[in-house]
Design a protein around this ligand. Structure first.
Ligand code: MN
Length: 323
């Protein structure tokens, strides 16, 4: 188990240096914009660009543990079950094959067409730091999207169609697919059902196609938002080797109303969480995810990420000493 720097939306030299300064050995890059020009219409990650991404990270003395998310447009038809989804699934598979050839072992992804929703990004928290929050009351009448109402049953059909086709390719490529929960984990937003919102849903996910390559990008923050026992969820999925990496952040509240917090003042006991990862023999990375915005922080949140990163490193050290 180790700390890695995540939330890298744009891989810059600054991020590589910062990761090393925080003591990370690994990084996770988010929907990377890869060097070189995209040929018109390309909608998968091309092998040589992935390889250049990996070698750039390694040239800085770090390891590229995962890519988190591909652009949503690349598989929106898949998520919504629209005509053209088979072509998008083939492109998704091409990304998996190319990642395997380029030696990038994990793809984090989600199955949530409407994406992450918050209702405020300026909620005052400890000492006036700004955090994000969600209040379902404010969005319960949000207008439908152009896709109209998409039911839970339709979303499960779409997911099942997708996962049965891609996991065999992921296995062959040697790339693990880690699924992120729908954040916020409420039943539906803007008419689109959000199915990945409970531990039961993830049990179903891993049972549809049992495979060492079909697992979770365990967003502990979102699992905590679900209002469930986070430690039990770590034990359930961790003991089955289904946690590929972790978004290690804290929140306060329930699915319909919550705010993000500092890593040390939310509702989850983060030491108990790290001890649970240790107990189940988790060997992957814990990354920061969203972090509060404090005094004089950069837009990306260098200070907030440094605080979270140091805290995570200390917890890992403590867990290794105690466990
Ligand atoms: Mn997350």
């Amino acid at each position: 188990m180790r700390y890695a720097l995540g939330s890298i939306y744009e891989l810059t030299d600054d991020k590589l240096v910062f990761a090393k300064q925080l003591g990370a050995k690994d990084i996770i890059v988010h929907s990377p914009v890869l060097p070189g020009k995209f040929p018109l219409g390309e909608n998968y990650y091309e092998f040589r660009r992935l390889l250049m991404l990996r070698t750039r990270v390694e040239a800085a003395g770090l390891k590229l543990e995962a890519i988190e998310n591909i652009p949503r447009d690349w598989y929106l038809k898949v998520m919504l079950g629209l005509p053209g989804r088979d072509e998008q699934i083939e492109n998704f598979c091409e990304t998996l094959r190319n990642m395997g050839k380029a030696g990038i072992p994990i793809l984090g992804y989600h199955f949530c067409p409407a994406g992450v929703w918050r209702t405020c990004r300026d909620t005052p928290w400890r000492g006036g730091a700004r955090v994000t929050s969600f209040d379902y009351e404010l969005v319960k009448d949000a207008p439908l999207t152009e896709h109209g109402v998409v039911t839970e049953e339709e979303m499960w059909d779409n997911f099942t169609y997708f996962i049965k086709r891609v996991v065999p390719v992921a296995e062959e490529a040697g790339v693990k697919m880690g699924l992120h929960p729908d954040d916020p984990p409420v039943r539906s937003l803007a008419g689109i059902a959000r199915i990945m919102r409970s531990p039961e849903a993830f049990r179903r996910v891993i049972e549809i196609v049992p495979s060492d390559y079909n697992g979770l990008e365990f967003c502990q923050g979102t699992f905590s938002e679900m209002g469930i026992d986070v430690i039990k969820a770590i034990e359930y999925f961790g003991s089955r080797k289904k946690i590929f990496y972790v978004h290690f952040r804290n929140v306060l509240g329930k699915p319909e109303k919550f705010n993000e917090t500092f890593i040390d003042d939310g509702q989850t006991d983060m030491l108990q969480a790290v001890l649970a990862y240790k107990r189940v023999g988790f060997e992957g990375c814990l990354i920061d995810d969203h972090v509060p915005m404090g005094v004089d922080d950069s837009r990306w949140g260098h200070r907030g990420r440094a605080y979270a990163g140091g805290y995570i490193r200390a917890l890992i050290k403590a867990a290794n000493a105690l466990g």
